[in-house]
Design a protein around this ligand. Structure first.
Ligand code: PLP
Length: 390
C-alpha cells in the first residue's frame, strides 16, 4: 500500500542527508567528546560544529546552546531550572504537557502558577500576561507555535512585557523551529526549547537556548558537560543529526520553502473545506506555522477517522501524539472554546519536507469520502441532517 504521512507534528522522518551526516558517529568516530585524545577531539569538534548550526538557526551564540535529550527535557530544564518554591510562573492553557506538568510539579513544591486562558483562536492576550505579573514572578513560559493547531503566539509582545518587568521569558519553539524564522533577540526570550525529531533529525535529542547570564539550576547532577548546565555524556550522533537538520532548515527558510509549504497546506485545507460541509479550521484567523491544519468535522469521531484513514494509507492525528488513545478531548481545543464533541471530531494534518503534491491530491480524495462514510454511520449526523431539512 502506498502510505502518506501527514503527521509531522508528531514526528518527522530523518532526512537522508541527516542520516548520512550521523553515520560515521555510530562507527569509526565513536569517541567520548570529553576525552582529550584523538577520538574525543573528533567528536568534540562535531558537537561544537552542530552547536554553531543550531545557534545560526536561532540567531544566538553557540555558547548559549545546551544540548538535551529532546523538547521535554529542554522545557523542564528551562522551567524547573529557574523557578523554585515561593516563585511565581505565568503560562498558558494551551501549552504542551511538558510545560504544563512541569509547572504543576512546581506548584506541588510551593511555587505559584498562573495559567492564562486563550481566545477562540487559541491566542494568549499579552495584556493578560501583563495583568498576571506579581512581585515574585520569576518566569513567563508561553509557546511559540501550538503543536495541535499550529497557531503562533504573540511572543515578541510577550517578550517586551517580560523585559519591562525584568522577568525571564521562556518559549517552547519545538513546533515552530524550522517552520518559521526564529531570532531569539527579536523574541526577547532568555530561554527557548527545540526538539530534533520535529525538524527531521532523530528522536531523543533537542536543545535549550539559554541567554548568556541566565542562571539555571541543572536537572541532573554528574559531569560538567554543557558548561555544567546538563550533565551526561553527549549523544554525539543525535547532536550531529540535529546540527545538520538545523543547517538544512536554515537554508530552506532562507530560500522561502516555508511559503511553498504554506501553499501546499492551504491547498489541502481549502480543498477539504470545499468538499466537506460542517467542517472548519481550528485557529482560523490567527497566524499559523505553514505546515499545520487542524480541522473539525462535525458529527464524526476523530479516533474512528484516524483509523479509517490509516486503513487507506493516510496517517494523521487527532491531536497531540502523547494523548492519543486518551479518552479526554484535547486540552488545547477545549481551552479554545470548542465543544467537547467538536474537539473529539478534530483532525490534525501536518506536512513535512517529504510531503509532495501527490500526497495532497490523495488526501483530498480520501478525506471527504471517509468523512461521508463515517457520517453515514453516525446517528447524530442523520438527526442533524433531518433537523436542518425542516
Ligand atoms: N513541546 C511541544 C510544543 C511539542 O509538540 C512536543 C512534542 O510533541 C514537546 C514539547 C516535547 O518534545 P519531545 O518529544 O522532543 O520531548
Amino acid at each position: 500500500m502506498h502510505r502518506i504521512y501527514l503527521d509531522n507534528n508528531a514526528t518527522t522522518p530523518v532526512l537522508p542527508e541527516v542520516f548520512e551526516a550521523m553515520r560515521s558517529y555510530f562507527g569509526e568516530q565513536f569517541g567520548n567528546a570529553s576525552s582529550i585524545h584523538h577520538h574525543g577531539q573528533q567528536t568534540r569538534a562535531a558537537v561544537e560544529d552542530a552547536r554553531e548550526s543550531v545557534a545560526a538557526l536561532l540567531g544566538c551564540r553557540a555558547s548559549e546552546i545546551v544540548f538535551t535529550s529532546g523538547g521535554t527535557e529542554a522545557d523542564n530544564l528551562a522551567i524547573a531550572g529557574l523557578v523554585g518554591a515561593g516563585d511565581h510562573v505565568i503560562t498558558s492553557s494551551v501549552e504542551h504537557h511538558a510545560v504544563l506538568l512541569a509547572c504543576k510539579h512546581l506548584e506541588d513544591i510551593g511555587a505559584e502558577v498562573t495559567v492564562l486562558p486563550v481566545d477562540g483562536r487559541s491566542l494568549v492576550d499579552p495584556a493578560d500576561v501583563r495583568r498576571a505579573l506579581r512581585p515574585n514572578t520569576k518566569l513567563i513560559s508561553v509557546m511559540m507555535a501550538n503543536n495541535e493547531t499550529g497557531v503562533l503566539q504573540p511572543v515578541e509582545e510577550i517578550g517586551k512585557i517580560a523585559a519591562e518587568a525584568g522577568v525571564c521569558f521562556h518559549t517552547d519553539a519545538v513546533q515552530s523551529a524550522a517552520k518559521v524564522a526564529i531570532d531569539v533577540t527579536r523574541i526577547g526570550c532568555q530561554l527557548l526549547s527545540i526538539s530534533g525529531h520535529k525538524i527531521h533529525a532523530p528522536q531523543g535529542v533537542g536543545a535549550l537556548y539559554v541567554r548568556k547570564g541566565t542562571r539555571l539550576q541543572p536537572l541532573f547532577y554528574g559531569g560538567r558537560h554543557e558548561r555544567s548546565r546538563r550533565a551526561g555524556t553527549e549523544n554525539v550522533p543525535g547532536i550531529v543529526g540535529l546540527g545538520k537538520a538545523a543547517k538544512i532548515a536554515k537554508e530552506a527558510l532562507d530560500c522561502g520553502d516555508d511559503q511553498k509549504m504554506a501553499a501546499a497546506r492551504d491547498r489541502l485545507q481549502q480543498g477539504i473545506l470545499a468538499q466537506v460541509e460542517d467542517a472548519g479550521v481550528n485557529g482560523d484567523g490567527a497566524a499559523r506555522v505553514p505546515n499545520t491544519a487542524n480541522i473539525h468535522f462535525d458529527h464524526i469521531d476523530g479516533e474512528a477517522m484516524v483509523i479509517a484513514l490509516d486503513l487507506k494509507g493516510l496517517a494523521v492525528s487527532t491531536g497531540a501524539a502523547c494523548s492519543s488513545g486518551a479518552i479526554e478531548p484535547s486540552h488545547v481545543l477545549v481551552a479554545m472554546g470548542l465543544r467537547t464533541d467538536q474537539a473529539r471530531a478534530s483532525i490534525r494534518f501536518s506536512l513535512g519536507k517529504q510531503t509532495v503534491a501527490e500526497d495532497i491530491d490523495i488526501a483530498l480524495a480520501l478525506v471527504p469520502e471517509t468523512v461521508a462514510r463515517l457520517r453515514e454511520l453516525s446517528p447524530k449526523y442523520t438527526k442533524h441532517a433531518v433537523s436542518t431539512e425542516r
